[in-house]
Design a protein around this ligand. Sequence first.
Ligand code: EPU
Length: 412
Amino acid sequence: MDYIIEASKLSGEIAVYGAKNCALALLGASVLTQNEIVLTNCPHIDDVNNMLAILKAMGKKVVVHESAVSISGHLTTTSIPRGLAKLLRGSSLLLGSTLARYGKVSLPMTGGCSIGKRPIDIHLEGLKKLGVSVQFEGDSINCYGIPKGGEFVLRLKSVGATENLICACVLAKGQSILLNCATEPEVVALEHMLIAMGAKIQGVGTSVLQITGVENLGGVQFCVIPDRIVCATYLSCALASGGDVTVTSCEPMHMDAFIKAIEDSCHLDIYSNAIRLRSKANICGIKNIQTGPYPLFATDMQSLLLSLASLSYGDVTILKETMFENRLTRQCSQLQKMGADIVCENNIAIIVGGKLHGTNVMAYDLRGGAGLVVAAMAATGKTQISGIENVNRGYCQLAKNLQLLGAKITCK
Ligand code: EPU
């Protein structure tokens, strides 16, 4: 699918829906109990639908309501289906929970955006430290053994490894200490849901977690947190278009690093669960940023800022990507096609802001695609973005929602 976009000023109000990366972690954790898990505010996006299809194929009863999903019952297999696993990276989030509940799991090669090598060595090292045996067979990883309590220091603050290891520990015999854990809001939401199910976790929201295993976990109804990347996408589109947009149903506290990066370039009114962005005459004053683990600037917002920096007239902005080795270079190449003045080397981009023009570009990955939509909001002429299938993995009806704000987008 392609988007064809012409610049136009956005205005009005738009609500954010539940976060993809929160929903995926919570769905992964649903395997920890046979009792019913109801997730409200669960987004209807391809990655979530594929994760639900995996749970169903593994034996779970899955019922999808308008904006809630219910998951219950036992697994009938601990092999994650190959055809579905390769559709998303989130399929790896079943490792810890399946092991904790069933003592074995087979994970074929996972998919997701090709933004870098994305190894899972930290997940596997952590599981080994908890007594699990890990074997490689072809392109599958087979793990055996119910995790026992233990201590593990994560080499990097990996979101997925933290989530998997928390799930591995909550039913383990004894106590576990996980050090250098990720503290992204999506990880913290998982900790909260597990506690509501009966898990014993101390240090919630910090990088040191002390987990005391319990025998069983109960069911729960839990609300998926607002998607901070979608919130940043709507705000970036508003800013690029020179518009006035209020994003509602969001969590401004999760947006600190993004707000700091753009606050000099526009007027921002921050409310308890809404942010209003009013553009100035021109975009200028986008700050230099370096991506990093939360609370630093999120790598998933990097492509949005790259587009805004390209439009930040007369400014020189430096942007450094520290997480995924393919993300920045490829995105720069697409913006250069639109006339952006960028030099990119060793995952550092130096951007001289100016004007962009429409042309044919490619959404190579989910967030990169969103970045191109932002750029297209300001480009002269028509921008045709191919590869929108990648965007649909993480955005719910992006074109329709932006059209409601006055965007000129057609889908082809
Ligand atoms: N890493 C390792 N070994 C590991 C795990 C991670 O070297 O075992 C490295 C990665 O290569 C990367 C860094 O550690 O350089 C951070 O990776 P992390 O594990 O935190 O990423 P992830 O769990 O695979 C999640 C999100 C990503 C988001 C990152 C960083 C999900 C399903 N995905 O991925 O979201 O970019 O955290 O915040 O939660 C997206 O939504 O578009 C997306 C890519």
